[in-house]
Each structure stands twice: as structure tokens, then as C-alpha cells.
Design a protein around this ligand. Structure first.
Ligand code: UN1
Length: 506
């Protein structure tokens, strides 16, 4: 391990105040303290929205909906086009704020903003492609069609680990689909949310005549999310976070027949088959398990390796891990930044203790002395079997390694966890690759061959099955979840035939 200290040569020495100012966030006052994971220091205080303010916010969104749904979709797309332009202009500064507030290395902070730009581009094109169907009617002189209409206000609940990109996946689609957006960001990362709202305000000003209340941001705790979930004025609740959070939100939305889009926990695996290109596999494993300090919902947590190559792969991974630069994420060269806070570090250490108790051999996984903040060395844990702790998602850089002998056993292990977000296989064997992607293969929403489980592009639908919640966001036809489908039958004949040949003459 190489330690990178905050005063490292080449690290941006800009103060938090300077980065906040560059994002238009000077002079914030409020009750809620925001801490940077870089060193645990308080960097700002922001005002909190009490849950009692939610009904008024929903009323504003409803009023905005009445106007926005009537705006032609390509014109709605123009607002998202302008948002993409403003994000391009703000990329460096917003990326720096993501690094400051969420602890991502510079490249990943910038990558997160690029993901926002990408989904804006996608949504602009989509604004001219909200295609429905024409359907052949069984009746003479009848025409059937399916049309997609705006749905209503969309609440977007996001997590600290992708503090702005996940909002944009939802907001860019919701806005072109005709839905106002109410955002509840993680209370660990309100500053990036406020900065994003400033960027959106610039786009709204250039757009000119968007309704007031089209996009709101409510900073607060779980009470805000609970109030949004319960409010019948919120048509869609798109929530990203833990399975525990999803268990609280989903029944409340379901009880009022609202629509939920859930993106919850993942416990993502890679199968490494005997034919795998191990050089590529090692690179993919290290990025997916260690990148973002293991705090992606798509992070690699389980390695299922053929017994014939297990010892070699583990020894190569141990060597790679030993060379990883851990420390100040602002410094060029750092690959492992801090965990979000001390509680996250404590959960990692508790998981490792449990893994040991369940027979695991732990390499790494130690708190880093001498650095402020919750810095840890990433852990590789050789497990005798897929025990209880392996089946849990721990949001930290822990990679559990298990062996297999035959392919069917490996696929069964991959699927034998409660979560179902992302998965992958490294193999040069076509039969294994296609079987992994087939109906008896991976049960996850995302399944990859010869790339890792994380770092998805925005063009595909993003989400997963089982305890991951079943929702899909981002690309493909995920937009349909933000609209209501209407089936229309038009009779242009002079008769009134009934379907299915039913006679009802009088
Ligand atoms: C998340 O961690 O909630 O596929 C989202 C990825 C990113 C998104 C992760 N594009 O890793």
C-alpha cells in the first residue's frame, strides 16, 4: 500500500470554501452539518426541510405538472439539452465537489458528472421518440393505438455514493416525460445536490418559461422520504439506497397504489473460469472491488473462481492490492479514497470480524493510521463457502473469494444470494458465456462477459431483481416507468360491432 497524504504533491490544495464558492454555494447557513470524508471536517451547514413542508412541495409540483404535461415533449427536451450544456460547463467544478463531499477520486468525480451529461443527451433524443404503438383491431373500421402520457410528480431519493448521477438518470427522463421532480438527496451529500440545483436553475433561466416548482430539492432525513412515499400527490417514487430503505418505502407506496422504481442493494459476483484471460480479469476485479472504495451498488463483492486457477488469481490480486495508492482522493495517482464516514468503516471491520468467525482468511482490511478520515486498505477474504456474511451487502471494499469445480455450481452460487443487481463472467468459452447470459444463467438485471459488474453505461436499463427491487432507470425503455400508458380504440365506421363476436342486440 502506498499512502497519499492530504498535502501530497499535486493534490489540489483548494479549500472547501473555494470549491463551494466555485459551485455557487458561498454563505450557506443552516442547522445541518456537512462533513467531508477527506478528513471528517465540517465544511458547511445547510438548512433542513422539515417533513411537514412536504405537502406544500407536492402541491407546487402538482401545479407545475398541470402546465408541464401540456408542453410538447421535444420542447421539454430543450430544457434537458440546456441542462446538459450547463453540466458540460460546470463539469470540473461539480466533479471537484463530488470529490470533496463523497470522497471519490478526481477521475471518478468527473466521471459521475459525465454520466449526468450522457443521460441528458440520451433524454434529449428520447424527447422526440416517446413512441407508442399502432395495433391491428379485430373489428372493421376500427383503429387501436397505445400512447404514453405524462404521469405526475416524481420523487427521487438518492444515496451518497452517486450523489448527483442517479438524480440525473431520473430527472432527465422524468422531465422529458412531462413529470416534475422532487429530489431528496442523501443527508450526507446535500452540497452536490444544491450545486446541481444551481446548474439546473441556469438551464431553467435560459429555457424561459418552465413552470415554477418543476424541479425541487428537499434536504432532510428519512422523514422527508417517508412523507413523499406516503403522499398520494406523488405519482412515482424512484428510490436508490439500501434494501432496508426499500422495505420501508415500497409497502407505503404500494398501499396507495403509487408507482415505485427501486434500486436497492447489490451483492455482485464474478465467475472466473479456467479459460479466462487472467490479466484482464485482474484489472477488472481491482477496479470493480476497490474503485469508489467499494461503495458502488455495482461493486464486486464475490469472486467465484475455478479451483484450478484460484491460488494463482489470489496471489496476483494480493500483489495488485499491495501496490494500490490509498489516501487523499484529490491527489493524482490515488486509487482508493476514504469511506464515507467512521460508521461505514466500523461496519466494514465488523463484517471482516464475522467473516473470520465464519472461517475466512482476511488479507488487508485495516484502518489506515496517520490519515484523517475513514481510510482503509481494501480486503481480500478467502472463504470456505458462501456463508451468511458473504450473502450480505457490506458497502466497503471487501472481496470474498470462493472456489468452484463445475460451471453449474458456479452459476448456482452466483444466484444464491438475496440480491440481484449485477454479475459477470470471465471466460473465453462461448458455451459458458452464452449459458451465463441465458435463462438458466445469471438471475441479475445486469450480466456481463469479460468486463466487471460496475461502471455501466447509461444507454442500458439499470437495475436488478429480487432484493434489488426490480426497478429500471437510465437507458433503453426505462422511460416508460415515468409515463402512463393509454390504450385507445377509435371507431371510424358507421357500425358498432362488439369485440369477441359478442351480440347484444335490442
Ligand atoms: C450506484 O452505485 O448506485 O454502473 C450506481 C455503475 C455506475 C452507476 C452505479 N454507472 O457502476
Amino acid at each position: 500500500m502506498r499512502l497519499i497524504y492530504p498535502q501530497a504533491k499535486g493534490a489540489s490544495m483548494r479549500t472547501a470554501a473555494e470549491i463551494l464558492a466555485a459551485n455557487g454555494l458561498s454563505g450557506l447557513t443552516g442547522d445541518w452539518p456537512v462533513r467531508s470524508p477527506l478528513d471528517g471536517a465540517e465544511i458547511a451547514r445547510v438548512p433542513l426541510t422539515p417533513p411537514e413542508a412536504v405537502p406544500a412541495a407536492v402541491a407546487r409540483a402538482q401545479a407545475a405538472f398541470a402546465a408541464w404535461r401540456a408542453v410538447p415533449a421535444p420542447r421539454r427536451g430543450e430544457l434537458v439539452r440546456l441542462l446538459g450544456e450547463e453540466l458540460r460547463a460546470a463539469k470540473a467544478e461539480l466533479g471537484a465537489l463530488v470529490t470533496l463531499e463523497a470522497g471519490k477520486i478526481v477521475s471518478e468525480g468527473l466521471g459521475e458528472v459525465q454520466e449526468m451529461i450522457d443521460i441528458c443527451d440520451f433524454a434529449v433524443g428520447l424527447s422526440r421518440q416517446l413512441y407508442g404503438l399502432t395495433i391491428a383491431s379485430e373489428r372493421t373500421g376500427h383503429a387501436m393505438r397505445e400512447t404514453w402520457h405524462p404521469m405526475g410528480p416524481c420523487a427521487v431519493v438518492t444515496a451518497f455514493n452517486f450523489p448527483v448521477a442517479v438524480w440525473s438518470w431520473n430527472a432527465a427522463l422524468a422531465l422529458v416525460c412531462g413529470d416534475p421532480v422532487i429530489w431528496k438527496p442523501s443527508d450526507k451529500t446535500p452540497l452536490t445536490a444544491l450545486a446541481t440545483m444551481r446548474i439546473l436553475e441556469r438551464a431553467l433561466a435560459r429555457f424561459g418559461d418552465a413552470p415554477e416548482g418543476l424541479a425541487q430539492c428537499l434536504i432532510g432525513g428519512a422523514g422527508i422520504g417517508a412523507a413523499l412515499a406516503a403522499d398520494p400527490g406523488v405519482a412515482i417514487v424512484s428510490a436508490t439506497g439500501s434494501t432496508r430503505m426499500g422495505r420501508a418505502v415500497a409497502p407505503v407506496v404500494a398501499a396507495r397504489f403509487g408507482r415505485a422504481i427501486l434500486e436497492l442493494g447489490g451483492n455482485n459476483a464474478m465467475i472466473v473460469a479456467p479459460s479466462a484471460d487472467l490479466d484482464m480479469a485482474v484489472r477488472a476485479i481491482v477496479f470493480a472491488a476497490v474503485g469508489t472504495a467499494g461503495q458502488r451498488c455495482t461493486s464486486l463483492r464475490r469472486l467465484i473462481v475455478h479451483d484450478s486457477i484460484r491460488a494463482e488469481l489470489v496471489s496476483r490480486l494480493k500483489a495488485a492490492y499491495a501496490s494500490l495508492p490509498v489516501g487523499d482522493p484529490r491527489a493524482p495517482g490515488t486509487l482508493v479514497g476514504p469511506l464515507i464516514d467512521a460508521a461505514a468503516r466500523d461496519r466494514m471491520l465488523a463484517a471482516l470480524a464475522q467473516a473470520r468467525a465464519e472461517g475466512g482468511i482476511v488479507h488487508g482490511g485495516e484502518p489506515v493510521a496517520g490519515l484523517p478520515g475513514a481510510y482503509v486498505t481494501p480486503a481480500i477474504v478467502e472463504m470456505p463457502a458462501q456463508t451468511a456474511i458473504v450473502r450480505e451487502e457490506t458497502f466497503a471494499p471487501i472481496l470474498y473469494v470462493m472456489g468452484y469445480t463445475d460451471f453449474a455450481e458456479a452459476v448456482a452460487m452466483q444466484n444464491a444470494v438475496p440480491q440481484g443487481l449485477s454479475s459477470c463472467i470471465f471466460t473465453l468459452n462461448l458455451r459458458e458465456a452464452e449459458a451465463f447470459l441465458g435463462p438458466e444463467g445469471s438471475d441479475c438485471g445486469i450480466a456481463n462477459v469479460n468486463i466487471g459488474p460496475s461502471g455501466a453505461e447509461i444507454g442500458g436499463a439499470f437495475g436488478g431483481e429480487k432484493e434489488t427491487g426490480g426497478g429500471r432507470e437510465s437507458g433503453s425503455d426505462a422511460w416508460k416507468a415515468y409515463m402512463r400508458r393509454q390504450t385507445a380504440t377509435v371507431n371510424y365506421s358507421a357500425a358498432l360491432p362488439l369485440a369477441q363476436g359478442v351480440r347484444f342486440d335490442f
